[in-house]
Write a protein of this length. Structure first.
Length: 462
């Protein structure tokens, strides 16, 4: 708020600057008036609707403050309103509490305090995709497909993922109670879990048969690129000439990390991905950096329903550039980009600001990456210990998902009487010999057929 002395100082502004400011303001007002003349009733109607919406919101807020049975907390009301606005948009825009916003950088580093599970929402119910290996959740016996009914005393029905994460995160050594319902159980059971420090290793690597190397990226983090370089050097020293890049069950992560990884297989200044927001004239291109580690050697990329976002960027970039052969099942189909904005009071919001497109202009939103060679994983209800499990849920299954603007034609209507896809869990066996997707990749690399299949796949797409 201005005081008298400050107002007096303001009056002493240079006159030329003052008249210039007035002229600019008048020009702006004139421009607005002309816009109204040209746009006519549509602009007036849009402004009227906006004012009416704001009046409605203000009226509701005043009624809550004056008439609600108990004295409401102003901050909770406002945060609830923001949360409601964001949940009315798409499936990935969300409100971030103080703790979630504060811990965002920890997620980027691949380290946080909590229980250690990947979660999703199916039919408004919170579900475990998979527990992270050797975490409190894993040791407590939680499994893929488990439904989380309650977090402490809060029921999870219609709870957002961010709200659920916020409830399960907390200081190491503290306890959280999860009420779990599992298929085959007569009644849900409560699991008391002591939170710990969860460290997600971004890159895992080893040699397979002969000169075939294997690198698995579990998540795209800030440290993924240097970890990938280290893995390349280690495997190259062991004689690697061919590579299986495993992106299965990788939920994505940082966009820049996916560009860095793609750059390791592409020449400098090759288009990796581009973003477009609401304004189609504004396009942002991401080009390869020229830090190649694997120039012409054959590469097979493994994907499945759990490969999302940044994983799909890498797979799409190398597929469009005819640099790698994609093997597996249809990927998740998350083709949108979220930007985190800080808000007053230490909170924030994650807002979908753009869609991304592969070098050939494909949007994978709702569709995913289609493998060059389709190889299905086994689906079971009771996986063996040590198997990697993923609940089959894709972007198209989420409520309020964004449409794909590159798909022409009308959406196919579901036939009457057609059964809904039943609940399934994809299983990546712990034993390499039982992993049909990995075995297919090894076979292709052994026979030298990778480049032949890439060329054939390129002709089909034309």
């Amino acid at each position: 708020m201005w005081n008298v002395a400050e107002e007096s100082n303001m009056i002493k502004i240079n006159k030329k600057k003052f008249f210039l400011a007035v002229s600019v303001a008048l020009a702006a007002i004139l421009s607005m008036l002309l816009a109204v003349v040209f746009l006519g009733n549509e602009l007036v109607q849009a402004k009227t609707n906006s004012y009416e919406d704001l009046r409605t919101f203000s009226q509701a807020l005043e009624l809550i403050k004056s008439e609600y049975v108990e004295e409401p907390e102003a901050e909770e009301i406002i945060h609830g309103a923001i949360r409601g606005m964001l949940t009315s948009l798409d499936a990935h825009s969300s409100f971030m509490s103080k703790r979630a916003y504060k811990e965002m950088n920890l997620d980027i580093r691949g380290e946080f305090e909590g229980v250690g599970i990947q979660i999703s929402i199916r039919d408004s119910q919170l579900m475990i995709i998979a527990p992270i290996e050797d975490t409190p959740a894993d040791r407590a016996g939680l499994a893929a497909g488990d439904k989380i009914m309650k977090i402490d005393d809060a029921w999870t029905k219609d709870m957002t993922i961010d709200e659920a994460v916020d409830g399960m995160r907390g200081r190491r050594g503290t306890k959280v109670r999860l009420l779990i319902q599992r298929e085959g159980w007569d009644a849900p059971k409560e699991f008391p879990i002591i939170r710990g420090v969860i460290k997600v290793k971004s890159v895992k690597s080893r040699m397979l048969e002969g000169d075939i190397g294997y690198i698995k990226i579990t998540q795209f983090q800030g440290k993924t690129s240097p970890e990938m370089e280290k893995a390349f050097r280690k495997l190259s020293a062991q004689g690697m000439k061919k590579l299986v890049l495993d992106l299965r069950n990788n939920p994505g992560g940082i966009l820049d990390a996916s560009v860095d990884i793609s750059s390791m297989f592409l020449p400098k200044d090759k288009l990796v991905v581009y973003l477009q927001g609401r304004d189609k004239a504004k396009r942002k291109d991401y080009l390869s950096t020229g830090q190649m580690f694997f120039r012409d050697e054959p590469v097979v990329i493994l994907v499945n329903a759990g490969s999302a976002s940044a994983s799909e960027i890498v797979a799409g970039a190398l597929q469009d550039s005819k640099r790698a052969l994609i093997v597996g099942t249809q990927s998740f189909g998350k083709g949108s980009v979220q930007t985190v904005f800080p808000l007053e009071g230490g909170v924030g919001m994650r807002l979908t600001t753009a869609k991304y497109y592969t070098p050939r202009g494909r949007s994978i939103q709702n569709v995913g990456i289609t493998p060059d060679i389709m190889v299905k994983l086994p689906t079971v209800k009771d996986p063996k210990e040590g198997d990697s499990v993923h609940v089959v849920v894709r972007e198209k299954d989420l409520k309020r998902h964004l449409k794909n603007d590159t798909i022409k034609g009308k959406k196919k209507k579901k036939k009457k009487g057609a059964a809904e896809e039943t609940f399934r869990m994809e299983v990546i066996p712990k034993n390499d010999k039982d992993d049909v997707q990995l075995q297919k990749a090894i076979s292709l690399l052994k026979t030298g057929d990778v480049h032949k299949y890439i060329a054939a796949a390129g002709k089909k797409k034309k």
